[in-house]
Design a protein around this ligand. Structure first.
Ligand code: 5GP
Length: 216
């Protein structure tokens, strides 16, 4: 009776670094082959938990600036002294083919995406507490104390701007976080603005005949 839009959802996931967003993303992608995570380009140095071409495409600062001038990015931002950007290509194709596209980006990028795609769903993932976040960042042991401090300062600023997002998920337990995000996706897919056509199996004008034919 209802024909809905086939177009995929555009989901923006933001979280302070160290909030467990990587694990959540991995699980979300494993649960459904109809989901795709955009690989960002960055000028930051490669960490030992990175896989070039998988976690990011790594370029120099100059290469990044060159790409900006070539209009390569849908959005880009500076984070803790480094450039990060979402390549334009393939996102539209994926959405048009009904694939749900995930962008794992920080708040400035998220705000820009909402301007370009007002239908984008913005989800913010919070760590259970700031002390937990600090512990996780320290355990990662890839960043200097100075860099950790820079990231934490930025996390505080981002959390205070939570109201730019549509939803918030507190990541205290992985399975619960996944369930919540998948619940949000189900709800978003049921939005009335995704209804393309309403097809009645009996037209209004034929109602009387239909009822009569049934002997009522
Ligand atoms: P990290 O260095 O920890 O991998 O990422 C630092 C921050 O940059 C994270 O908040 C991450 O979500 C964000 N980020 C990663 N890729 C992009 C991107 O393409 N655009 C924007 N705006 N932020 C990004």
């Amino acid at each position: 009776m209802i024909k809905q839009k086939k177009r995929g959802l555009l989901i923006v996931i933001s979280a302070p670094s160290g909030s467990g967003k990587g694990t959540i993303m991995k699980q979300l992608l494993q649960n459904d082959s109809n989901r795709w995570l955009s690989i960002s380009t960055t000028s930051r140095e490669i960490r030992n938990d990175d896989i070039p071409g998988v976690t990011y495409n790594f370029v120099s600062k100059n290469e990044f600036i060159q790409k900006i001038s070539e209009d390569y990015f849908l959005e880009y931002a500076m984070y803790a002294g480094n450039y990060y950007g979402t390549p334009k290509e393939t996102i539209e194709d994926k959405l048009n083919n009904g694939i749900d596209v995930f962008l794992e980006i920080e708040i400035e990028g998220a705000k820009n995406i909402k301007k370009i795609y007002p239908e984008a769903v913005l989800i913010f993932i919070l760590p259970p507490s700031m002390t937990e976040l600090i512990d996780r960042l320290r355990k990662r042991a890839t960043d200097s104390e100075e860099k950790i401090l820079k990231r934490l300062m930025r996390s505080y600023e981002e959390i205070l701007e939570l109201n730019n997002y549509d939803y918030v998920v507190v990541n205290d337990e992985l399975d619960n976080s996944i369930k919540q995000i998948e619940g949000i996706m189900t709800a978003e897919k049921s939005r009335t603005n995704r209804v393309e056509e309403i097809i009645f199996d009996i037209e209004k004008d034929n109602l009387e005949d239909y009822l009569g034919g049934k002997g009522e």
